[in-house]
Design a protein around this ligand. Structure first.
Ligand code: DAT
Ligand code: MG
Length: 138
């Protein structure tokens, strides 16, 4: 799983019409799409996905935002996928994100920051399985 990561194009980027540009950028950066779906998280699924943050002050807002509209979820493959993808998306807070990162280009705030990327190989596997149950197929 060292060469795979998991991403979601978040509801703000979907609503603002950035999904096409973001997918284009991901492909141009050398990531291969192994699985992809347009879906919507229920509040329960969003709460479960972000359970690690359940004691944070922004948790309720995060769950509400992530279940507020459609998302695109995908499994991406590339050498060193997790680390390279975190670099490509940039800092959690777009105000602190490096120039030309996806969050710098498309995110509006720390809460609504356009895109998710796994933070470790272990979490990438957990997150891929969370969203794509028949992972063996990919
Ligand atoms: P990342 O998405 O960069 O891995 P994280 O795991 O620390 O960041 O937080 C998960 C999400 O929670 C993040 O993408 C947006 C939201 N979030 C994080 N910090 C926040 C804050 N200070 N205020 C509001 N939302 C926040
Ligand atoms: Mg994180």
């Amino acid at each position: 799983m060292g060469n795979r990561t998991f991403t979601m194009i978040k509801p703000d980027a979907m609503k603002n019409g950035h999904a096409g540009a973001i997918l284009d950028r991901i492909l141009k950066e050398g990531f291969h799409i192994k699985a992809l779906k347009l879906t919507r998280l229920s509040p329960e699924k969003a709460a479960q996905f972000y359970a690690v943050h359940k004691d944070k002050p922004f948790y309720a807002e995060l769950v509400s935002f992530m279940s507020s509209g459609p998302i695109i979820a995908a499994i991406l493959e590339k050498e060193n996928a997790v680390e390279d993808f975190r670099k490509l998306i940039g800092h959690t807070d777009p105000a602190k994100a490096e120039p030309n990162t996806i969050r710098k280009l498309y995110a509006s705030s720390v809460g609504e920051n356009a895109i998710h990327g796994s933070d470790s190989d272990e979490n990438a596997l957990i997150e891929c399985r969370f969203m794509f149950s028949a992972l063996e197929e990919y």
